[in-house]
Ligand binder design. Structure first.
Ligand code: MN
Length: 487
């Protein structure tokens, strides 16, 4: 057990299962032709079906079904050839029909598996219980008017995939790794944009605690978390609360709770409802969904290379460490960028530059991989100048900074600023002469056995040559000159 909460009675294991709602990438809603663009004028993307006008009939959107199947395949899950839509009845002001069309007993996707990479370099398999299709509700706006609430139905009827995990997750770190991996897979598949700020991906978190080797204790559900950080913080806060309750001799009650990120605690929202409270029944307006084997096979054949496969390929093909490979494949755009840089070049040097200086520049400049400050081709050009000894590694860092500032390519900067590496041994000899003559004391110390001073002479010579000396040649000349008269 790697993660535990230390209580007064000893360690507690934290058991977590996630229910993720992922908005399906689709131009139209699950049962209507209304548009789904984010940020549109309120109530401008609402059909009579979405507004639940009497007599309107839902018509299934085939693309949403295909997206759910693609996602199931990407999660290594069983695709159910027959699934069914049910009505989940409840009242809410932004749910005009008084029920949500969802899938209860017969979801479109069954059990699956996701492999997550943990910080210590190990991996863990997290089971997927199911994935079902359902409609989103509208939105109540409480901040537009002092006394009134407004309803925006643009989101009403938008297709969601509810992806339920097994309670295989132990603690916040694993939950964070799971949601990141899930998001990565969805984005590779193009089935959900994974934008948590816009609410395209949000999670309900089920948390319980237990002593080692115990059965599960009562869980609580924390609703509607919309960032990886909040998911992790909510799990930590809720688990600590439950440990305190149990250790004080109390009982954790099954309920739905909300996370208050400002105060870093969860508070009670309502006692947990059971499935029978919703009076699920098959939606009489919709036939069971029957999928043909050939159609599923065609979707499977058209799936892109997914993160796990890409990671394995990067390790095998480019000789990268599992860690570097995982970092590079997390976003498809990053993986593509890396491969452009690595093509025909040293793949490890390419990986170091992309995950090192390039990522640091993205962070510092607040840029994304989709809008890089230096193109992959331009970074490749810089690496070429190092590979053919036009510049050394030290100068390359400066050239990269100049590329960020000016947008010029590496060769132009090197030419204009006279940064070519000096490989003329006459010039290096002259610089070494000057340094040795200027530091007779240090020379004597070195020759009497203080080997560590060698680095000092290298540094001084490089400095005398404005950083442009060839490091290999400087080392060789210094070694020869210093060691010649060594006692
Ligand atoms: Mn749901």
């Amino acid at each position: 057990m790697t993660y535990a909460i230390e209580g007064t009675t000893g360690p507690w294991e934290v058991v977590v299962g996630l229910e993720v709602h992922a908005q399906v990438t689709s131009n139209a809603k699950l049962f209507s032709g209304a548009a789904t663009a984010f940020g549109a004028e309120p109530n401008s993307q609402v059909s009579f079906v979405d507004a639940a006008f009497p007599g309107m009939l839902p018509v299934i959107n085939g693309e949403c079904v295909a997206q759910a199947v693609r996602t199931g395949l990407g999660l290594n899950a069983r695709i159910n050839p027959v699934s069914r839509f049910d009505r989940k009845n409840y009242f809410y002001a932004d749910l005009p029909a008084g029920y949500q069309i969802s899938q209860y007993e017969h979801p479109i996707v069954g059990t699956g598996m996701v492999e997550v990479e943990l910080a210590d370099g190990t991996t863990k398999m997290i089971g997927i219980t199911r994935l079902h299709l359902e409609q989103d509700a509208g939105k109540s706006l409480h901040d537009q008017h002092p006394a009134k609430s407004f309803i925006d139905l643009n989101r009403a009827g938008v297709a969601l995939m509810e992806i339920v995990s097994e309670p295989d997750i132990r603690g916040p770190e694993e939950a964070g790794a799971y949601i990141r991996k899930l998001r990565s897979i969805l984005r590779y598949l193009g089935t959900c944009d994974g934008n948590m700020e816009e609410g395209s991906l949000r999670a309900d978190v089920n948390v319980s605690v237990r002593k080692i080797n115990e059965l599960y204790r009562t869980r609580c559900e924390i609703k509607n978390l919309n960032s990886v950080r909040f998911i992790m913080q909510a799990i930590e806060a809720e688990a600590r609360r439950q440990v305190e309750v149990w250790e004080a001799g109390g009982t954790v009650m099954q309920e739905t709770r909300l996370f208050d990120s400002g105060r870093n605690l969860t508070r009670s929202m309502r006692s947990k409802e059971d499935a029978h409270d919703y009076r699920y029944f098959p939606d009489p307006d919709l036939l069971p969904l029957v999928l043909e084997e050939d159609w599923i096979a065609a979707l499977k054949a058209s799936l892109p290379e997914l993160p796990d496969a890409k990671r394995a390929r990067f390790i095998q093909m480019y000789g990268l460490s599992p860690y570097d490979a995982a970092v590079l494949v997390a976003e498809k755009a990053t993986a593509d960028y890396y491969e452009t840089v690595a093509r025909g070049r040293d793949p490890k040097i390419a990986a170091n530059w992309v995950t090192g200086d390039f990522f640091a520049a993205l962070n510092r400049l607040g840029r994304s991989i989709d809008d890089p400050p230096v193109t992959a081709a331009a970074l490749g050009g810089l690496l070429d100048l190092m590979a053919d000894n036009t510049i050394n590694g030290r100068i390359a860092k400066d050239v990269f900074e100049a590329m960020l500032e000016t947008g010029q390519d590496a060769a132009t900067i090197v030419d204009e600023r006279g940064l070519r590496q000096v490989t003329d041994t006459g010039a290096i000899d002259a610089a070494v002469d000057r340094i040795l003559a200027a530091n007779p004391g240090k020379v004597a110390e070195y020759r009497s056995g203080k080997d560590k001073l060698f680095g000092f002479f290298v540094g001084q010579t490089m400095k005398a040559m404005a950083g442009k000396g060839n490091p290999g040649l400087i080392n060789a000349v210094l070694k020869q000159r210093l060691d010649a008269q060594k006692e």
